[in-house]
Design a protein around this ligand. Structure first.
Ligand code: DSN
Length: 479
C-alpha cells in the first residue's frame, strides 16, 4: 500500500468509527478539512501538521495519566509514555542544540508559566514556594497562595510591549504573569519600528528586572539575542526567550549566530504548532542549571501531561530534523519577503518597512481602515488573517490598526514567491476597495465597513484558483 493511500485509509477509517457514535462530530471534522483546504490561510501563528503528526495523536496514549517526568512518575504503568516523552525531548535537544528539553507544556502560555516558576524557584528564596513545590497545586490553601504571592512579591519582568509585538504572557495584565510580576516594557523606535537596544539597556539599568524576556508574536524582524543577553547579564537578570513564532526558523537554521536564541538565553520557551509545524502544544529548553526546576512544571503549574501530544511532538520534531525542513524554513522567509515586496510595490504601509522573518504587519490606516474592518473584509474575500495592534496604535487593542499576515501555512502547501505576489495583489485589492462604514446612528464605526460583493466574490474565486494548484493534504481523500 502506498503511503498516500495508507493516509487516506487511516483518516477515512477513523472518521467512519467516529461517525458510528456521533455523526455530527465526524461531519465537523470533515468540514474543517474542507474549510482549511479552501481558505487562503495567512494567520502567522498557524500551520498544517503532517498526517503522521496528526495520526500520532489519535490513540490510547490519551487515556494515560503520567504526572512527573521520565522515570519519576506519580502513576504506575508509564513505560510507554516514558518512551515517547524521552524521544520527543531527545529530538528537541538535538534539533535546537539544547542541554535540556521539557516537552510536557500543553501550550505556549503553559511553557512560559513553567519557565517563570523555574526562574523564581532558582532565584528567589521563598519558603512558601518550596512548600508549594512539595505539594500538589490542588492541595494549596488560600493562605498558602497568599504567603506565596507575598513572599515572591514585586519580582520584576521586562518584556516587549504588546503594541510593539510582545505577547500577553510577558507580564501583561490579562495574563497571570501580569499578576505574578511587576512588569515594565521596552518598545520600538517610533521612526524605524525596530527594537532600540540602547533603550532596552537603559530601561533594564533603571528597572533591574529579575527576568528579561525576548521574543514576540508580531514583530517582523530578527532580534539580536546576543545583545539582549549582554543587557540581561549587565543587570543580573535571567534571560528568557519565547521563540514560539519563529521556532521553525531556528530549527531550519535560518536564524543562526546572534539570532538563534538557544545559545544566548538561560531558558527558551516555544509552542510546537506554529512555524515548527508540529501538534498544538508547548516546550521549554534550558541548560542543566534550570533543568530540575523546569521538570517540576507538572504538577507545579501543569495538569497531567498529554502523552498522545508528546508522541506527536516526537514525530514532528523528527520531521524537523530532516534536511528538507531547512529548505522549508528558508522558503517561509522568502515567501514573507515576496509578500512584503508585493504589498510595498502596491503602496501598502508596513511596520518596519518589510520583514526578515515569517510575518508581515500591514498598517491599514493607510487604507483608511481599522484592523477590525480590514480583517472582516479580507475574510469575506476568502483570505484568513488576524487584526493586530501596531506600535502606538491609535485604535487600541480591540479594533487595532494592523493586519498581521504570515507564510508558514501557505509555504507548507507549496505556494512560492510568484503566488505571494498574487496574494499581495488580492490583499491590496480588498483593502483598497473597502471603505469604513457607519453605525446605526450614522456616526463613523470602527467595525462596520463597505465592500462590494462582486469584489469579494472575484477575489475569493481567484484565491480558490490559486489554492487549487497547491492542494492541502493531497494524500488524503475522505471520499
Ligand atoms: N495566539 C498566538 C498568536 O496568534 O500569535 C500567540 O499566543
Amino acid at each position: 500500500m502506498s503511503s498516500s493511500s495508507a493516509e487516506s485509509t487511516a483518516f477515512r477509517s477513523a472518521l467512519e468509527v467516529v461517525r458510528s457514535v456521533e455523526p455530527r462530530v465526524a461531519a465537523a471534522i470533515g468540514a474543517e478539512l474542507t474549510d482549511q483546504r479552501e481558505s487562503l490561510k495567512l494567520i502567522a501563528s498557524e500551520n498544517y501538521a503532517s498526517p503522521a503528526t496528526l495520526l500520532a495523536m489519535g490513540n490510547w496514549f490519551s487515556d494515560k495519566y503520567a504526572e512527573g517526568t521520565v522515570g519519576r512518575r506519580f502513576y504506575a504503568g508509564c513505560q510507554n509514555v516514558d518512551t515517547v516523552e524521552a524521544l520527543a525531548a531527545e529530538h528537541a535537544r538535538e534539533l535546537f542544540g539544547a542541554a535540556h528539553a521539557y516537552v510536557q507544556p500543553h501550550s505556549g502560555i503553559d511553557a512560559n508559566l513553567v519557565a517563570f516558576w523555574a526562574v523564581l524557584a532558582d532565584r528567589v528564596e521563598a519558603p512558601a514556594l518550596r512548600r508549594a513545590q512539595a505539594r500538589h497545586v490542588n492541595d494549596l490553601t488560600e493562605q498558602d497562595w497568599y504567603a506565596l504571592r507575598r513572599e515572591l512579591g514585586n519580582q520584576r519582568m521586562l518584556g516587549m510591549s504588546l503594541d510593539a509585538g510582545g505577547h500577553l504572557t510577558h507580564g501583561f495584565r490579562p495574563n497571570i504573569s501580569g499578576k505574578m510580576f511587576d512588569q515594565r516594557s521596552y518598545g520600538t523606535d517610533p521612526a524605524t519600528g525596530l527594537i532600540d537596544y540602547d533603550k532596552v539597556a537603559e530601561t533594564a539599568r533603571e528597572f533591574k528586572p529579575l527576568i528579561l524576556v525576548g521574543g514576540y508574536s508580531a514583530y517582523p524582524r530578527k532580534v539580536n539575542f546576543r545583545i539582549l543577553r549582554e543587557i540581561a547579564d549587565s543587570v543580573g537578570a535571567t534571560f528568557m526567550v519565547d521563540m514560539a513564532h519563529f521556532a521553525g526558523l531556528v530549527a531550519g537554521k535560518v536564524f543562526t549566530g546572534d539570532f538563534d536564541p538557544v545559545p544566548h538565553a538561560h531558558i527558551v520557551t516555544t509552542t510546537t504548532h506554529k512555524s515548527l509545524r508540529g501538534p498544538r502544544g508547548g516546550m521549554v529548553l534550558c541548560g542543566p542549571e534550570l533543568a530540575d526546576q523546569v521538570d517540576r512544571g507538572c504538577p507545579m503549574v501543569l495538569g497531567g501531561p498529554l502523552p498522545h501530544v508528546m508522541a506527536a511532538k516526537a514525530v514532528a520534531l523528527a520531521e524537523a530534523r530532516r534536511p528538507d525542513f531547512a529548505d522549508y524554513a528558508q522558503r517561509i522567509v522568502n515567501n514573507a519577503q515576496a509578500l512584503a515586496d508585493g504589498l510595498l510595490r502596491r503602496g501598502a504601509k508596513l511596520v518596519t518597512g518589510g520583514t526578515d522573518n515569517h510575518l508581515v504587519l500591514i498598517d491599514v490606516t493607510s487604507y483608511g481602515l481599522t484592523g477590525r474592518q480590514a480583517e472582516q473584509a479580507l475574510l469575506d474575500s476568502g483570505i484568513v488573517t488576524n487584526r493586530n495592534a501596531v506600535p502606538q496604535d491609535p485604535n487600541g487593542a480591540w479594533y487595532t490598526s494592523g493586519i498581521r499576515i504570515g507564510t508558514p501555512a501557505l509555504t507548507t502547501r507549496g505556494l512560492g514567491t510568484a503566488q505571494m505576489d498574487e496574494t499581495a495583489e488580492l490583499i491590496h485589492t480588498v483593502l483598497g476597495q473597502t471603505t469604513p462604514g457607519a453605525g446605526a446612528d450614522g456616526t463613523a464605526s470602527k467595525a462596520k465597513y463597505v465592500l462590494d460583493d462582486a469584489v469579494a466574490e472575484k477575489v475569493s474565486q481567484r484565491a480558490g484558483e490559486l489554492l487549487a494548484a497547491f492542494p492541502l493534504y493531497p494524500s488524503v481523500e475522505l471520499s
